[in-house]
Design a protein around this ligand. Sequence first.
Ligand SMILES: NC(=O)c1ccc[n+]([C@@H]2O[C@H](COP(=O)([O-])OP(=O)(O)OC[C@H]3O[C@@H](n4cnc5c(N)ncnc54)[C@H](OP(=O)(O)O)[C@@H]3O)[C@@H](O)[C@H]2O)c1
Length: 289
Amino acid sequence: MDIEKVSFGLLGEKLGHSFSPKIFNAYFRRAGRGCAYGLFPVNPKKIKTFMEGLRSSFIRGLNVTIPYKECMLSFLDEVSVDASRIGAVNVIRCSGAKIDGYNTDFVGFMRVVKPLLNPDTEDLFAVVLGAGGAARAVIYALHKLGVKDILFFGRHLQKRYKILEDFSFIPLLRGEPWMDERMRSGLKKADLVVNATPLGMFPYADGSPLPPEFAVRPGTVAFDLIYNPFDTRFLVTFRRKGAAVENGWRMLVYQAVETLKLWNGGEIDEPLFFQAAEEVRNAAFFNSR
Ligand SMILES: NC(=O)c1ccc[n+]([C@@H]2O[C@H](COP(=O)([O-])OP(=O)(O)OC[C@H]3O[C@@H](n4cnc5c(N)ncnc54)[C@H](OP(=O)(O)O)[C@@H]3O)[C@@H](O)[C@H]2O)c1
C-alpha cells in the first residue's frame, strides 16, 4: 500500500483479524478514490501520544476497536449524542486539529437485526453476552428498536454497575454475573441472544461464551457479532437447536457504510460499497474452501 495515500484506518491494539482494510480499499479502488485505509496497531501505553499526534497528521478518520472504544471519549473535542449515550466511540473524524467521535456500530446492528425480529418488539426478551463497547452499542440499538426487557452478562461487577448507571434510561435493563446457571435460565426464555464478546473469534475459534448445556425456545434468533470465522461455535450450537442465526458480517458492512458517510460528508455509492464488500467476503470465506 502506498503509505502517502493513507487517509483513513483502524486503530486498536491487535488488528490482524480485521477485514476493514480489504473492504474499504476495494471500495476506494472501484470508486476511483486516491486514498487508502491502513492499520494502526497501538500499544495501550502509547495511545495518549498517538491521539496527540493525530491532531497534526494526514489522517482524516479512523475506526476504533478493542480496547479503545470506551476510553476514546476522553481524547475527543466533540462526541455525538448517540456515542455519548452509548459510552463508546467506534469512529473518529479529524478536521484539522479537531477530533470528533461517533458510534456507527449501533446503526449497523439495528439495520441487520430489525428484519429478524418479531415486529412486536415491546414483548421481546433479549440476552446480551458481554459488557464491553459492542455490548453497549447492542443494548442501545435494542432500546431504540423498542425492546424493553434486556438482560446482559458481564464478568466484572463494576462494569455491570457502570452500564446500569449509564443506561438508567432503560428501565427493565438487568445485568447478571457470568455464571452458567444464570445464563441457562436467561437463554431458555430469550427471543434474541447476542454474543458481544470476542469468544470464538479467529485465531481462538474453539472459544464460545455459552454454557455446556442449555435449552432455547422455538423461534429464538442468535446473533454473533464475530464474522471471522464466518460460522462460530456459538452459531453452530444455536443452529443445531433450531434457532435462526446471523453472524457479524452484514453489521460490519452496514457500520462501514455509516462510517464512510461521516468521513465523506454523507456522499457514498452504497451499491458499489456492497459490491466491494461482497467480493472481499467471497474471496476470504468461499474461494479459499
Ligand atoms: N460485526 C461488527 O461490526 C462488530 C462491531 C463491533 C464489535 N464486534 C465484535 O464484538 C466483539 C466484542 O467487541 P468489543 O469492542 O465490545 O470488545 P470489548 O470492549 O473488549 O468487550 C469485550 C467483552 O467481552 C468480555 N469477555 C472477553 N473475554 C471473556 C471471557 N473469557 N469470558 C467472559 N467474558 C469475556 C469482556 O469482559 P470484561 O469486561 O470482563 O473484560 C467484555 O465485556 C469482538 O469480537 C468484536 O470483533 C463486531
